[in-house]
Design a binder for this molecule. Structure first.
Ligand SMILES: Cc1ccc(S(=O)(=O)Nc2cc3c(c(O)c2O)C(=O)c2ccccc2C3=O)cc1
Length: 249
């Protein structure tokens, strides 16, 4: 049996402004920093220990992990950063507000996108300065892997690829793993971990800054999972992300 801990980054400045973020590298808000510190304290109090950590190339997840590991006095463990754990790419919606999105694309289109698993938002054009190709973080990545838009379906493919090749062998080797990532990259992981359909995953929404603890069997199938924290705290975090105008990223 193995334990695996997942944590969605704390609130970012763009979450606070309610803007589509995706691969834009928004920083944590003060509230997001406090969420990360609180998660680290909870994990320390429950005497969790990790041997290795994974996160994305985006600072809101990297810093969440850093604050958690600092609270646990585990800044010394290996941390692997990968674009494959990045948030879902929202294409040309990145940077838009709820009002602008509805004005530009209409309420009906927004309703369709919200409940879809494989519908692509409008793509960035190659010359758009938001194209990850122009970001030094992704300079070593083949053009074929650089997204100009993604649906959750594409996010599942890249997250599963990394899970199968890098993370699951470490867990099977007995390493205690924590993954700090994003709303949709964690939904992608949960989809195949829990063997959920593309309809079931639409309603899954991971609270921010709240450790999700999995117990996995020898084949890495979930036996149990629970959120760490007081019942009241967990309920309030679940309510926070359940609000209809909160994007799941
Ligand atoms: C920045 C922002 C835009 C729209 C909203 S919303 O109140 O309409 N709720 C909403 C909207 C969406 C989404 C959503 O979860 C949501 O709550 C999406 O998941 C989504 C996924 C891919 C493309 C578009 C969307 C989407 O427009 C909230 C915040």
């Amino acid at each position: 049996m193995y334990k695996l801990v997942l944590i969605r980054h704390g609130e970012s400045e763009w979450n606070k402004a309610n803007l589509f973020t995706g691969w834009m590298d928004a920083d944590l808000s003060d509230k997001g920093i406090q969420e990360a510190l609180h998660a680290g304290r909870l994990l320390r109090e429950e005497q969790f220990v990790f041997d290795v950590a994974y996160t994305s190339y985006l600072k809101r997840a990297i810093k969440t992990l850093d604050y958690v590991l600092e609270e646990m006095d585990l800044l010394w463990i290996p941390v692997y950063k990968t674009w494959r754990l990045n948030e879902r790419h929202y294409g040309a919606l990145q940077g838009l507000s709820k009002t602008t999105t509805a004005e530009k694309y209409g309420e009906e289109q927004v309703k369709l996108w919200r409940r879809s698993y494989d519908v692509l938002p409008p793509a960035l054009t190659k010359d758009d300065d938001r194209n990850p190709r122009y970001d030094v973080k992704y300079r070593d990545i083949d053009d074929a892997f650089i997204p100009l838009t993604e649906s959750l379906k594409e996010t599942v493919v890249r997250v599963r690829d990394y899970w199968d090749k890098e993370i699951s062998p470490q867990i099977k080797a007995g390493k205690k793993v924590i993954i700090a990532a994003h709303g949709n990259s964690l939904r992608a992981l949960i989809k195949f971990l829990d063997n959920l359909s593309s309809e079931e995953i639409i309603d899954v929404n991971v609270p921010t800054g709240t450790p999700l603890v999995y117990t996995l069997d020898d084949q890495l199938h979930p036996i149990a999972k629970y959120y760490l924290g007081s019942e009241q705290h967990i309920e309030s975090k679940i309510q926070e992300v359940a609000k209809p105008d909160k994007i799941m990223e």
